[in-house]
Design a protein around this ligand. Structure first.
Ligand SMILES: C[S@@+](CC[C@H](N)C(=O)[O-])C[C@H]1O[C@@H](n2cnc3c(N)ncnc32)[C@H](O)[C@@H]1O
Length: 212
């Protein structure tokens, strides 16, 4: 069987794609991914594409039905092992049947944009996870990056953070990092908790600077 490539395609534009990732994608017959990620490679007209909604079981089902010589790449945003499909696919596939190709995480790019270190950071996702995942952050003193998504938008995140006692932090909302629509805005949690925007971009994270 051909190895499955689980490929991190970076935060959203081909500029941030590793050459080895491009090579794996070019060498594949079939690309699996969300519509947004498949669109990044739509210029490769010879590829069969399969749209994924994001669940590991769906991807595993499609992988299990691949042809013996079919070369398949699963496209994932950012880095595959950071709040993504990489580790769950790796846990379910035989070791010799997959290779994970890392990608630049949205969080890595976020810290670069602000020029602050991320080695002391705390990383939380409320994308498809409860806001209670933020509980306990009031004890942290280093920078905190929070992946938002769906109903858990930056306004809800800020309200929850204020509720659990995080207040003295300079904070940033960062949307569509690495794309032409990138937006990086400085704010504070009380302003953000009142920013009832009709819709936040689906690719948005909140970054809290270290407590000073
Ligand atoms: C399922 S997680 C995947 C994270 C990904 N594995 C990574 O390393 O960036 C998706 C969330 O990551 C964040 N995200 C991904 N790409 C982004 C970007 N280009 N700009 C801002 N946030 C982004 C958003 O919070 C989004 O809801």
């Amino acid at each position: 069987m051909e190895k499955i490539h689980i490929v991190g395609v970076g935060p959203g534009s081909r500029d941030y794609l590793l050459p080895i990732a491009l090579k794996a994608i070019e060498g594949s017959d079939t690309l699996l991914g969300s519509p947004r990620l498949l669109e990044m490679f739509s210029y490769m007209a010879d590829k069969k594409t399969v749209t994924l909604s994001g669940s590991p079981s769906e991807a595993l089902e499609i992988i299990s039905k691949r042809g013996r010589n079919e070369r398949m790449a699963v496209l994932v945003s950012g880095d595959p092992c950071f709040f993504s499909l990489g580790s769950s696919l790796a846990a379910s596939l035989p070791e010799d049947q997959y290779e994970i190709i890392p990608g630049l995480s949205s969080v890595s790019l976020a810290f670069s944009r602000l020029g602050i270190s991320w080695q002391e950071g705390t990383f939380v996702s409320v994308h498809g996870r409860p806001l209670d995942s933020l509980n306990g952050l009031q004890k942290e003193t280093g920078p905190i990056a929070i992946l938002t998504g769906g109903l858990n938008n930056p306004m809800e995140v800020a309200s929850k953070l204020l509720k659990i006692g995080v207040s003295d932090r300079k904070c940033w909302t960062m949307s569509n990092l690495g794309t032409d629509d990138e937006k990086v805005e400085s704010t504070d949690l009380s302003d953000l908790s009142e920013e009832d925007r009709a819709s936040w971009p689906s690719l948005t994270l909140v970054l809290l600077e270290p407590r000073s």
